[in-house]
Write a protein of this length. Structure first.
Lengths: 356, 326
């Protein structure tokens, strides 16, 4: 049983649960693994202090896969890195907000407490496994390091556990692979090693930053399936950061769409993909060529005009207004209100619902 | 494989590019890496041919080899009736007016120290336009043609976004009215919302300037939308070649099927047909005997481990290299 979609409205949640599984009538609110409130992050640059993340709030429920979607420079990776306090501070600075992990504000923890948390309770995997693995250490040495840091076990035990973990992520002949160096493995294998390392201490939350972007489609499909299986087995929660809506459709239950440092839309994945409410989400979906909807001669792909705004040139009002086909006068000056719809849908837009 | 529509713009016969690994002291020479291992195809004037495959399958090497940016090991490339493999470099240079390339990463394919205007004038300089005023005018026209505002003329590459700079890359490629443009993953490095802009620009230019494209990509969705015919490459060889309806509606090679199954579908009500295929591409330093796809193929038979299947026509215009379909 998986929690399909969870928002603030309790009634909507129960309705969804009942629809999905008629045997469950009484459900409790799922507990929030991560609760991010009004997070604001800026960077000091020669051009002044630039706001990368402008007051975002979201939560990750226990056992759910949440996707954070956006283009380069929208602040999605910065938000994710800030959860584990991995941003270099300075130049980065967390101006305001709270990051609650089981009721504890991660922003008030000291370095040692954070170190105990990283890799044990919350793990992270990155886009390019080659740059996040140490090239001069064998796979076994790197994997054992995480285990020895967080759990009381001997080196041989740690190596044995590492081999088990490699087997779990479907790496053939795991014992042998422990002696290999990262460059001896293919990209897909390296990403599996990263996942195995991240799962070493059975974390409750896995943050995956573009885990399949550097991989080929066939390998991407393998990795996504693996992540799905592991999640089902371990019951962990996954926050996946991606720019690829296909990946979202594949594994996410809930989606947050980010644009220019703000969350512009959120909701259950399939509902959001089928019926986007924000013009940006709509544009993103329309600009992906659909397989099977074979080109009719003369039809053009729908495009979002203009460019992704850089950090120092974020427009006033609704940040998307210069690229929006529906923009009205109000969009240029006023921040759009947060609108709520049925089924845990939220979006920020001046337009009345249904006018897209 | 000429479809009988008159002479082909580009005809490639048994093109090979092998790279010799560096010989180490006191060690035996390692066998060559067969990056492109005997590919043949034709490209008709006005046609868009897609070349798809995973990274490392040799698609970019193939593109660079057929423009002779790297020298082929063997094989014939005939462009407008001229055999490119045995003409001298001076004549090749003149022919390069007709065949241009667009690269994946726009930032690494332009000189960061030159202004956009200067970058766009360079093709004219190389090919003998000396009049300064004429050059400037032409460069300005190019900017307009690819949809960039005139003030970008005096900017530097780092002042432009990825999408804008890719437009500069495209402008540079079309400067001399080429007949053939090789587009090597032109949208892969761009943001999703920008990809559609660039694809539309390439379509418009095709209409306006009568360009034929060799479109290299790993994105099956974009290829279906953009290409008339598609060649699927695996481990240095073309394993399937057909028009896009045939490839997408009735793929014949198990690798093509696997590629199509691996594409996530955004629409609801989707049913995942099959689990993704297992395994990785073989080690190029140690190629398998027989069919290169056998290690991952769900339909593998005994013959596949012994012989290499040849690319054969299995339906009109539809070629596949698989024993099961022949």
């Amino acid at each position: 049983m998986f929690y399909y979609s969870i928002g603030n409205s309790k009634t909507g949640f129960i309705k969804d649960q009942v629809r999905l599984n008629p045997f469950i009538v009484k459900t409790k609110m799922p507990s929030r693994e991560l609760d991010i409130q009004d997070l604001k992050i800026s960077f000091s640059t020669p051009r002044g202090k630039l706001t990368a993340v402008n007051g975002i709030s979201f939560h990750l429920n226990q056992g759910e896969t949440l996707a954070l979607v956006g283009e380069s420079g929208c602040g999605k990776t910065v938000s994710a890195l800030s959860i584990l306090r991995l941003l270099p501070e300075p130049p980065a600075e967390i101006l305001s907000g709270k990051i609650l992990f089981s009721g504890q504000n991660l922003l008030s923890l000291n370095a040692k407490a954070l170190q105990n948390l990283r890799g044990r309770s919350i793990s992270m995997i990155f886009q390019d496994p080659m740059t996040s693995l140490n090239p001069v250490l064998t796979i076994g040495e790197q994997m054992a390091e995480t285990l020895l840091r967080h759990t009381p076990m001997s080196r041989p035990e740690a190596l044995q556990k590492s081999a088990d973990l490699l087997g779990k992520v479907e790496i053939p002949s795991p014992k042998e692979k422990l002696k290999h160096y990262p460059h001896q493995l293919s990209g897909g294998m390296r990403q599996r090693v990263m996942i195995a390392m991240a799962l070493a201490c059975s974390p409750r939350v896995l943050i995956a930053d573009e885990p399949t972007t550097a991989l080929d489609v066939l390998i991407q499909a393998q990795i996504l399936e693996l992540l799905g299986n592991l999640k089902r087995e371990t019951g962990m929660s996954i926050l996946i950061i991606t720019h690829d809506l296909g990946v979202v459709a594949e594994i996410a239950q809930r989606v947050l769409i980010m644009y220019a440092g703000e969350i512009v839309e959120s909701g259950p994945a399939q509902a959001l993909l089928d019926d986007p409410r924000h013009p940006y989400t709509r544009g993103l979906i329309a600009s992906v060529p659909k397989l099977g909807a074979l080109k009719k001669t003369g039809t053009r792909l729908e495009e979002i005009p203009g460019n992704v705004p850089s950090l120092d040139q974020r427009p006033s009002g609704c940040a998307f207004h210069p690229r929006c086909n529906w923009a009205i006068e109000k969009c240029k000056t006023q921040k759009p209100p947060l609108r709520e719809g049925e089924g845990q849908r939220q979006w920020r837009c001046h337009l009345e619902p249904g006018s897209l | 494989m000429n479809k009988g529509k008159g002479p082909a713009l580009l005809e490639v016969r048994d093109l090979k590019k092998h790279f010799l690994p560096r010989k180490r002291f006191l060690q035996e020479q390692a066998p060559p890496v067969r990056a492109v291992d005997g590919i043949s195809f034709t490209l008709q004037a006005g046609e868009t041919l897609g070349l798809v495959g995973e990274s490392g399958c040799g698609k970019s090497t193939a593109a660079r080899t057929l423009l002779r940016l790297i020298e082929p090991t063997s094989g014939q490339i005939s462009f407008c009736g001229k055999n490119l493999t045995d003409i001298p470099e001076t004549e090749m240079r003149a022919l390069r007016r007709e065949m241009q390339i667009i690269f994946q990463d726009p930032y690494s394919s332009v000189n960061p120290a030159r202004r956009i205007g200067r970058i766009l004038q360079e093709p004219f300089e190389i090919h003998g336009f000396q009049n300064k005023k004429e050059k400037t005018e032409k460069a300005a026209q190019l900017l307009e043609r690819v949809g960039l505002p005139p003030e970008h003329f005096n900017r530097y590459p780092h002042e432009l976004s990825g999408g804008q700079l890719q437009r500069v890359g495209i402008a540079r490629a079309i400067a001399l009215n080429p007949k053939l443009v090789v587009a090597d993953e032109p949208v892969s490095a761009l943001d999703v919302s920008i990809q559609a802009q660039i694809i539309n620009l390439l379509s418009d230019l095709k209409e306006q300037l009568d360009i034929s494209y060799l479109f290299i990509s790993h994105d099956m969705g974009v290829v279906e939308y953009f290409c008339d015919r598609v060649a699927v490459m695996y481990f240095g060889k073309i394993v399937e070649l057909a028009n896009s309806e045939q490839i997408y509606n009735s793929p014949q090679h198990p690798y093509t099927t696997a590629l199509l199954n691996a594409i996530p579908n955004l629409e609801s009500g989707r049913i995942k047909q099959e689990a993704p295929i297992k395994g990785d591409i073989p080690d190029p330093g140690n190629p398998p005997q027989g069919c290169a796809f056998q290690s991952r193929c769900p339909l593998k038979e005994k013959q596949c481990a012994e012989e290499i299947p040849a690319l054969k026509e299995i339906a009109p215009g539809h070629y596949a290299a698989c024993f099961l379909k022949q």
